[in-house]
Design a protein around this ligand. Structure first.
Ligand code: SAM
Ligand code: SF4
Length: 469
């Protein structure tokens, strides 16, 4: 129970001055999206976002449970927050600390036991209830990790046009959540629950709100986004391809992307969409995890390395300018030198423009954690190093291959230096050009003249287009 003075002070503040909110997100893009929606749902309660954590009346840690390190970070962060809470308390300021996201879902009330400074724990399916939970937490700590019957998206507040503009011309939009695949290394099916797809009409309505406020690029999100099968506007079940075709008609939307996909759900209609939907960017994140059939089978990925290679060939035939990225796990239980070499061979054969790679992290409750033959940490480190060296070489070669080419760039923000403006290529590479900020929100052709280690540098093909509407 909180002291009565604390409750009274909080209630008084509830009713009067605006309050400050600080959200820190860990992990995937879906958490980034969820964080924006948490800010939206708290805005009508008077919570205004701040970048200064010391000023925050409510601090939300939006957590990730995918690897052990990610989960550990949360508890070290909470230790620091307890200190901050005590310092603010000494100055007569109260602070609520909320733990949201997948660690909240996985650990629930255990978090309150481990860190008493926490006031509330809320799972990824319940954050639409944040205003009530924050109020309830004034009298005692609360935990809400039940999978609710109602759809949280029906209870979220739409962001204001001003808020959308502040967030920029590129936005995320969750269309699908959860996963039924049960890869043996992965906690997602347990923390995010069973696969659900949002109805297309609601997604289209959200896209229209974003576009009217100036968003030009939308990335559709889902843990298994290419498995999307939501109720369509015509009452039929729509695939992701059908949804993309509909979203391409939303006025103002110039670019569409989707992530993250599973190879087994890359259906022919989705591949066709790459062929004939110009708004769909020629860049696909398609995790393969391993190049060894034995490891893929142990991971329950349900496809072989050859299946993946053949699939890529098919997508490339449909969209020859397609570039790829992937996720890789090294050191899955039982991975031999030959298995690891098969992964390097697959990378050499496919060639990736970028990728994410991780050492296998045994997650409690997943089948992988129970397997014999867990791999030594030093071997994982050495394999990760070798794999990252190879993919980094491929990334740099891909970046260099764009020099001398003309590519459309969607401008997003002022550049690093005065007189520069920065945007993204179709392949998500940052591009800097000399130009005016009026270009922000527009997609124009740029000739790439040079590539740095992380950015490309270019010049406007038609400098006259700068001022044009
Ligand atoms: N749904 C996607 C898929 O099918 O590949 C990815 C979801 S997961 C949030 C993102 C990535 O984290 C995975 O692709 C995998 O490479 C990595 N990952 C998941 N569990 C892991 C674990 N236990 N250890 C190391 N990496 C892991
Ligand atoms: Fe996790 Fe992706 Fe496998 Fe689902 S498909 S269990 S989210 S890695």
């Amino acid at each position: 129970m909180k002291p009565a003075s604390d409750r009274a002070e909080f209630a008084a503040r509830e009713a009067s001055e605006p309050k400050k909110l600080f959200i820190k997100s860990f992990g995937c893009q879906m958490n980034v999206y969820d964080a924006t929606r948490m800010a939206d749902v708290l805005a009508p309660e008077g919570y205004e976002e701040t970048a200064q954590i010391e000023q925050a009346d409510l601090i939300v840690l939006n957590t990730c449970h995918i690897r052990e390190k990610a989960a550990e970070k949360v508890f070290s962060e909470l230790g620091k927050l307890r200190q901050l809470k005590e310092e603010r308390q000494a100055r007569g300021q109260s602070t609520r600390i909320a733990v949201a996201g997948c660690v909240a879902q996985a650990e629930g009330s255990e978090i309150l036991r481990k860190q008493r400074a926490v006031d509330l724990v809320v799972g990824p399916q319940n954050y639409h209830r944040l205003p009530d939970l924050v109020r309830e937490s004034v009298s005692q700590p609360v935990v809400d990790t039940e999978f609710p019957v109602e759809d949280k998206f029906d209870h979220l507040t739409a962001p204001s046009d001003e808020k959308i503009r502040e967030r920029g011309v590129s936005a995320f939009l969750t269309v699908q959540e959860g996963c039924d695949k049960f890869c043996t290394f992965c906690v997602v099916p347990y923390t995010r629950g069973a696969e659900i797809s949002r109805p297309a009409a609601k997604i289209v309505a959200e896209a229209e709100v974003l576009a009217r406020a100036g968003v030009r690029e939308i990335t559709l999100l889902g843990q298994n986004v290419d498995a999307y099968h939501g109720m369509g506007e015509d009452g039929a079940i729509w695939s992701l391809a059908r949804l993309l075709r509909r979203l391409a008609q939303v006025e103002g939307i110039l670019r569409l992307r989707f992530t993250t996909s599973h190879p087994n759900d890359m259906t022919d209609d989705l591949i066709e969409a790459f062929a004939d939907l110009p708004a769909l960017m020629p860049f696909l994140h398609l995790p393969v995890q391993s190049g060894s059939d034995a490891i893929l089978q142990a991971m329950n990925r349900r496809h072989s390395a050859q299946d993946y290679v053949r699939l890529i060939e098919k997508i490339r035939r449909a969209r020859p300018d397609l570039a790829l990225s992937s996720d890789f796990i090294v050191g899955f239980p039982g991975e031999t030198d030959a298995d690891f070499q098969a992964t390097l061979d697959l990378i050499s054969e496919v060639r990736f423009a970028s990728s994410f790679s991780f050492k296998y992290s045994p997650r409690p409750g997943t089948p992988g954690a129970e397997l014999p033959d867990q791999i030594d940490e030093a071997i994982k480190t050495e394999r990760l190093y070798r794999l990252q060296e190879l993919v980094e070489r491929q990334r740099q070669q891909f970046n260099a291959s764009l020099v001398g080419q003309i590519t459309p760039v969607l401008f997003e923000k002022p550049g690093r230096h005065e007189g520069q403006v920065a945007g993204k290529s179709p392949y998500l590479q940052p591009v800097q050009v000399d130009g005016r900020v009026e270009l922000i929100g527009r997609q124009v052709p740029v000739e790439i003249v040079r590539c740095g280690s992380n950015s490309l540098f270019g010049r406007l093909v038609d400098p006259g287009s700068e001022g044009a509407a």
